[in-house]
Design a protein around this ligand. Structure first.
Ligand SMILES: O=C(O)CCC(=O)C(=O)O
Ligand SMILES: [Mn+2]
Length: 211
């Protein structure tokens, strides 16, 4: 033991809910602050934008990405793109974020996209499936930072009973295996529940294997 600042609490054991694996408090407060600083650099190169749905309505969530591919949406549809709407390649996935994927999912392929969603007060994300990726054997890993978000889980088709849980700052959630194609979304965020982001709101990162 070194007795230095490097020590941290053991990583949490996952709680399973409908096949999703929830790791409450995976990241220490120091790790969360370091991620936010890395994300500021990503957003400086690839600014957050408000995607338009293919149906012509702006999403309430603002987005950007890091990695070889970023997720975009406009009147042409949902897809992965090698460039930001401003025309530039996406910045690399920060090593601090990649390290979480490697620690939680040592057997998975390398992530090719880190989608960054910013929820200001009032923003939400309707129930949807993540199915723009080519290989559904590969999980999606989600990291929550900032204010609490109420995450809703449905079924493999629209409708039916749903269940919800609060995702808090520092939580990691793995959507893989039988849960990979379950409908999910964010009902709402709870403003003022975290001091991590000076402007408030919630950041969610999803790491994805695209091809
Ligand atoms: O914000 C979240 O926790 C979920 C985000 C999500 O489902 C997505 O970006 O596809
Ligand atoms: Mn999703």
């Amino acid at each position: 033991m070194h007795g230095t600042a490097e020590e941290r609490a053991p990583r949490p054991v996952p709680q399973e809910i409908r096949g999703f694996l929830h790791y409450p408090g995976w990241l220490s407060p120091q790790e969360q602050a370091a991620l936010v600083s890395d994300l500021r650099a990503v957003a400086a190169a690839a600014p957050l934008f408000s995607p338009m749905t293919p149906y012509g309505r702006p999403m309430s969530v603002r987005m950007t990405s890091a990695g070889r591919f970023g997720w975009v949406s406009d009147l042409r549809g949902y897809r992965y793109s090698e460039t930001h709407p401003q025309g530039t390649p996406w910045p690399a996935i920060p090593a601090s974020i990649r390290a979480i994927w490697d620690a939680v999912l040592p057997k998975a392929r390398a992530p090719e996209c880190c989608l960054i969603n910013y929820y200001a007060e009032g923003a939400k994300m309707g129930l949807h499936q993540d199915r723009d990726e080519a290989d559904f054997t590969q999980p999606v890993l989600s990291i929550s930072l900032g204010d609490d978000g109420r995450f809703r889980i449905g079924n493999e088709t629209r409708g039916g009973a749903t269940q919800s849980l609060w995702l808090r700052s520092g939580d990691v959630l793995v959507m893989g295996g039988a849960a990979r194609l379950l409908y999910h979304g964010i009902d709402r965020i709870a403003p003022g529940t975290s001091m991590l982001l000076p402007q408030g709101g919630r950041l969610n990162l999803t790491l994805r294997v695209v091809r």
